[in-house]
Design a protein around this ligand. Sequence first.
Ligand code: SAM
Ligand code: SF4
Length: 353
Amino acid sequence: MNRIQPLQQTELVPVFQDQFGRNKRKLRISVTDRCNFKCVYCMPEHPEWMKKHDLLSFEELYHFCEFMVRRGIEQIRITGGEPLMRQGVVHFIAELQQLKKIGLKRISMTTNGHYLKQYAAELKQAGLDDLNISLDSLDTEQFEQLTAKKLQPVLEGIQAAQQVGFLIKINAVLIKGSNDNQILHLAHWAKRENVELRFIEFMPLDGDQNWSSDHVVSEQDILDQLATEFEIKIGQSQGANPARTYQIDNMPIGIISTITNSFCGSCDRLRLNAQGEFFNCLFSTQGLKLKDSIQQLRQQSLSAEQILQQQLQTYIWNKAAGFHAIQAQQKQFNLEPKSNPNFRKISMHMIGG
Ligand code: SAM
Ligand code: SF4
């Protein structure tokens, strides 16, 4: 990546807001759709990877991030696919530090942890603020069934991240009849390791669209299991945090219960995928193709900024109320993903969780 030009001071622009009055403060950037794992709840059996030449360069992504920070974005999360599979991502994070002078507060990453042993120290040095690491099972065989990769490198990655001083959260997606026997194991492990654990309800974002509500382990199911061995107290109020928080034996845990208790009412997130498609919601049935407009930003012309501003403002304003509203609309217009050939396949590995 060429050296990014120093920032110039421009006038303050209002924060992006949607029709329900929700201000947008968080941006998720998926830097690649590729992944070395094949999680059953995410990756399709036969993924069609984005072409490398269709991806936005890190320089282009940087200009987009700068544009968004000037419009109120305070937190950027780097995700994927597996973000550590894209060469140059550590340097990109180091470059993003410049945006802290104009309002960016945190730079985070979500990773499967496999390459962390190799990258933890570099990421810390690049100024990454925190890490979410996915870990769905502590049973070696079950982990391999879920991800098609080995557990040990992930455990070593978590250790490496802790050793260099990262604040980490562990994300565990639960699937009924598959890894719901891990709830108590993971909770005891998190207590021993002194890491914050978040359980995630399985969402209909798997690549092959095999999701069914029967596979969901609900927030209540999780709490019921935890209550057999821990004392549970309600944690701090949720705000724009997707996780509902609890204390188990005085240790904080979170549950992201999009299906049974969606947090959409206070959602402050926006998303850009690796080829420049922008989404106002994880479940949006239509993205906004911004690659050309983002590429124009490099020219630092006022008109390029104005065009992008206009496109984003309208699209963000029209963000739906949330997951349940989108589902209801699909049912009403018979837009069920499987029965409609024009329906955009929403797969987590392409949009970034
Ligand atoms: N590869 C990285 C990882 O696994 O952490 C980052 C990308 S992954 C798409 C981001 C997060 O989405 C992970 O925590 C993963 O567990 C979660 N995820 C993927 N598919 C999901 C689904 N269908 N329902 C709920 N969470 C899902
Ligand atoms: Fe890869 Fe993350 Fe999806 Fe698993 S959840 S397949 S690690 S992108």
